[in-house]
Write a protein that binds this ligand. Structure first.
Ligand SMILES: NC(=O)CC(=O)C(=O)O
Length: 280
């Protein structure tokens, strides 16, 4: 396994027209490829913003839809892996959709899909009630894929709150955990986003990358932004603010191994006393 991987996170603004969002994604991906990134990550629901009437209007098929086809073309053109954020995926014959991410390899081939496993069904008062399961069917599976540098596991937004998912990815050997997330600027972003990203990195001794849409105050739901990459020691090594931007991080697997040697939680873990069982 090679030791370094440059990744790029595209903190995109969900514009009205999908074509305009894809044009911005193309500009950033081309810049990232020229700067040596081998993996590009896009945000949760990046073509629709997090608002039900817009999901319904702009839902797409995967991989036949406009967004997947375009991202596949970019992956091939720039010979890189791309985690295509998530898309409101049409379910034929159903009113509901799936919040699904598609991953493309450097040949532009779809190598996996991941549908958000946990639903953000919350009631926090003060007009902050969201019942995602009214719109989206949840997924029941995980997604991992291999690159030359490391194995990667994918989750979406609220999945970050469940250490069980990241524990599974670690047991599968994933050294980078990627979350596509749109925490809210109003409530959970400032309170929980950085803490959860750092917690998942520390408890698994892995790199964690999380890509949010940019914050747009004209949107019904304002995403927190603050896309970030955290190293296996729990340090934030790259972070955006709320604006549309492209950020990078260089992941060093030798460093990850050193952290694991110096603080060998895997050896110390009492596997004779406890374990998780997974049903996916
Ligand atoms: N939007 C989500 O899925 C999760 C979220 O915002 C959170 O705070 O959790």
């Amino acid at each position: 396994m090679a030791s370094g991987l440059r990744i790029a996170l595209l903190q995109l603004l969900a514009r009205e027209k999908t074509a305009n969002i894809l044009q911005k994604a193309e500009q950033y991906i081309s810049e990232a490829a020229n700067n040596g990134a081998k993996l590009a990550i896009l945000p949760e629901l990046f073509t629709t913003e997090c608002h039900p009437p817009i999901f319904v209007q702009k839902k797409e098929s995967i991989p036949e839809g406009e967004t997947s086809e375009f991202i596949s073309h970019l992956a091939k053109k720039h010979s890189m892996h791309i985690i295509a954020g998530s898309i409101a995926e049409e379910i034929k014959g159903s009113e509901k959709m799936k919040n699904t991410s598609a991953v493309f390899n450097p040949k532009g081939e779809l190598i996996g899909k991941y549908t958000k496993m946990h639903s953000f069904d919350v009631d926090m008062g003060e007009n902050f009630s969201i019942h995602e399961s009214d719109w989206f069917e949840h997924g029941n599976n995980t997604l991992t894929f291999e690159t030359d540098e490391c194995k990667i596991g994918v989750g979406i937004c609220i999945d970050l709150r469940f250490p069980e998912v990241s524990r599974y990815y670690t047991e599968q050997g994933c050294l980078l955990h990627v979350y596509l997330g749109a925490f809210s600027q109003e409530k959970t972003g400032p309170a929980h986003w950085d803490v959860l990203l750092r917690a998942r990195a520390i408890d698994n001794q892995v790199y964690v990358a999380a890509c949010s849409p940019a914050a747009d105050h004209t949107h019904h739901y304002v995403a927190w932004g603050h896309s970030a990459v955290v190293d296996p020691w729990g340090k934030i090594i790259s972070q955006a603010d709320g604006k549309e931007t492209l950020i990078y991080a260089d992941l060093d697997m030798n460093y990850l191994n050193r952290v694991r040697q110096q603080l060998p939680v895997e050896k110390i873990r009492r596997k004779d006393l406890y374990h998780l069982t997974y049903k996916w």
